[in-house]
Design a protein around this ligand. Structure first.
Ligand code: URA
Length: 209
């Protein structure tokens, strides 16, 4: 069973409250999502390995630690996932960025992949799949399947807000993928919106409707 990590740092929770608020304008929404993504990146990288190297300070030689092991990659699901990328890159500037585009087939209601572009060395990286809203889990599962089909098996999922239904769907389909969220909300409504959630993340981020 994959692990669920709830990033409940007070600053994340504080900012998330204003992200939820319908009176928060597009500019502030985008800035707050960016800030929360940076703070969540700090939490999500907590387990990355370190190695010891020797550095020369101005006055002595020191054994000091640096990040080692697999490099990271970010894979936002278009389009709302884009809003979290820059915030993460502030902490992990060497991460490469791929993209996955999915739309929902109106007949089957299943997500269909219309675009994928990954770093050339994606298979050797730990990839963080990014989608602010984990609702039914359909898009997240489709994105994870698309990555596994291409040989990428070191995956994490990062979302702002998750519904219990979406968490279960991802955990059932991909028990190897840990999930990092800022909040777990109550449920989905009949239109697939997370309640209380924040509305449509893409529309709020880009000022569309
Ligand atoms: N996608 C969104 O943007 N919001 C939701 O509440 C659910 C899915």
């Amino acid at each position: 069973m994959s692990k669920l990590f709830i990033c409940d740092h007070p600053l994340i929770q504080h900012k998330l409250t204003f992200i939820r608020d319908k009176n928060t304008n597009t500019k502030d929404f985008r800035e707050l999502v960016d800030e929360v993504a940076t703070l969540m990146a700090y939490e999500i990288t907590r387990d990355i390995p370190l190695e010891t190297i020797t550095v020369h300070t101005p006055v002595a030689e020191a054994e000091a630690r640096v990040v080692s092991g697999r490099m990271l990659g970010l894979v936002p699901i278009l389009r709302a996932g884009l809003g979290m990328v820059d915030g993460i890159l502030k902490l992990i500037p060497s991460a490469k960025v791929g993209h996955i585009g999915l739309f929902r087939d109106p007949q089957t209601l299943q997500p269909v992949e219309y675009y994928i572009n990954l770093p050339t060395d994606a298979v050797s990286r730990t990839l963080i799949v990014i989608d602010p809203m984990l609702a039914t889990g359909g898009s997240a599962n489709a994105a994870i399947e698309a990555l596994k089909k291409r040989g990428c098996f070191h995956l994490k999922l990062m979302c702002l807000i998750a519904a219990p239904e979406g968490i279960k769907a991802v955990q059932d389909a991909h028990p190897d993928v840990d999930i990092h969220v800022a909040a777990v909300d109550q449920h989905l409504d009949d239109h697939g919106y997370i309640i209380p959630g924040l509305g449509d993340a893409g529309d709020r981020m880009f000022g569309t409707k």
